[in-house]
Design a protein around this ligand. Structure first.
Ligand code: R7I
Length: 302
C-alpha cells in the first residue's frame, strides 16, 4: 500500500540523513587522517547535534514529491528543490546557480542541460538523494530505474550522474528485497544483482570491479582503487559505496564505520551507504542514540 511504501521511504530517508550527518562530523577541526583514525578505533561519536547537509535537504524533496504524487513529477521536484534551497547546506558548487535559476523561473531542464558547458553535471548529487525512491518502489525494479532517471535529470543531465542514481536506487530496493529472504548475500552477489540494471558507463565498469575485488582487500585499498569521492563525481563515489554497502548489509553502524575508513566525500558516501543498508537491517534498523544526535528533520516531509 501507499502507506507502507511511504514508511519504507522514510526508513531510507532516516538511514540517508543519519549517514550524511554522521559522515559530516568527520570534517572540520581537526580533519586530519590521524584524528579520524583514532575516532574510528575508539568508535568515538561527535557531540550532538549533528547537522545534516545538502544530501538530506534534497532527499526531503524526493520524499515529499513521492508522498504527494506517488511518482517523480519533475516540475514538482524542481520546485521543491528550489523552495527548500538553503545555501548553507554545503551543496555542490554548481547547484547554487542552478537552484537560484529555478527560483527565478528558469526552466529546470535548461539549467540542468547547460551545466558544465552543456555536458550536464556528473557530480554525485543525483545519487546522494535517491535512496528513498528505491525504498518507495522496492518491489518494482524496472520502475526504480525509470523513476531514478527522472529524479536525476532535474539537476544532473550527464549520463554518469544518472547511472549513479540508478545504481543507488536499485541497491536500496534490492536491500529491502533481500531482507525479506532468510540470508543476506555476499558483497559479490549483491553487486552482481545490481549490474544488469545499469546503463553502460564508468559507474557500471567500476561497479563490476567493485564486485570482483578479492575478499582480503582492505577498505583503504578499495578506496584507493575505486575512489571514495574526493572528486565528488558519480564514478568516483558510487562504486565504492556499492562495495561498502555490500560488505555492510545487515549492520547499519558497522557499515558506516567501514565507509568512513575510506575517507573522501564522507558525508555523501555515508549518506548513500546509510540509505541502502537501512533497508537491509532487522528492526530497529537505526541506533536511537545516533538518531537523537542528528539534527531533527523538518516537519514538511512528515
Ligand atoms: O553533484 P552535486 O550536487 O554535488 C554533490 C556533492 C556532495 O558531496 C554534496 O554533499 C556536496 O559536497 O557536493 O553538485 P555539482 O556541482 O553538480 O557536482 C559536483 C562536482 O562534480 C562539481 O563541483 C565538479 O567538481 C564536478 N563535476 C564536473 N566537473 C567537470 N565537468 C560535475 N560535472 C562536471 C563536469 O561536467
Amino acid at each position: 500500500s501507499r502507506h507502507e511504501r511511504l514508511a519504507l521511504a522514510h526508513l531510507a530517508l532516516d538511514g540517508l540523513s543519519l549517514g550524511d550527518a554522521f559522515g559530516d562530523t568527520f570534517f572540520g577541526r581537526p580533519a586530519n587522517p590521524d584524528a579520524i583514525q583514532a575516532r574510528i578505533d575508539a568508535r568515538g561519536l561527535a557531540n550532538a547535534p549533528w547537522p545534516y547537509t545538502d544530501d538530506t535537504q534534497m532527499a526531503l524533496s524526493l520524499v515529499a514529491v513521492l508522498r504527494d504524487k506517488g511518482y517523480i513529477d519533475q516540475d514538482e521536484l524542481a520546485a521543491s528543490f528550489a523552495a527548500h534551497y538553503e545555501p548553507g547546506r554545503k551543496y555542490g558548487a554548481s547547484m547554487h546557480g542552478l537552484l537560484r535559476g529555478i527560483q527565478q523561473g528558469r526552466p529546470w531542464r535548461e539549467g540542468a542541460t547547460s551545466q558544465f558547458e552543456g555536458q550536464g553535471s556528473y557530480g554525485n548529487g543525483a545519487a546522494m538523494r535517491v535512496a528513498p525512491l528505491g525504498a518507495f518502489l522496492a518491489d518494482q525494479l524496472d520502475t526504480v530505474v525509470e523513476q531514478a532517471t527522472l529524479s536525476a535529470e532535474v539537476t544532473h543531465a550527464h549520463p554518469e550522474a544518472i547511472a549513479g542514481a540508478i545504481a543507488i536506487a536499485v541497491a536500496t530496493a534490492l536491500a529491502w528485497q533481500l531482507r525479506q529472504g532468510s540470508l543476506l548475500p555476499s558483497r559479490t552477489e549483491f553487486i552482481d544483482l545490481i549490474l544488469p540494471f545499469l546503463p553502460e558507463s564508468q559507474v557500471r565498469n567500476k561497479a563490476r570491479r567493485a564486485r570482483d575485488i578479492s575478499e582480503t582487500t582492505s577498505v583503504e585499498a578499495v578506496a584507493a582503487m575505486l575512489g571514495s569521492g574526493y572528486a565528488i563525481s558519480a564514478p568516483d563515489t558510487v562504486p565504492f559505496v556499492l562495495w561498502c554497502a555490500g560488505e555492510g548489509l545487515g549492520n547499519y553502524t558497522e557499515a558506516l564505520w567501514l565507509t568512513i575508513r575510506g575517507m573522501g566525500d564522507m558525508d555523501t558516501t555515508c549518506a548513500m551507504v546509510g540509505g541502502i543498508v537501512a533497508l537491509s537491517c532487522p528492526e530497529p534498523a537505526l541506533p536511537t542514540t545516533w538518531l537523537t544526535a542528528r539534527e531533527p528533520l523538518p516537519t514538511w516531509v512528515k
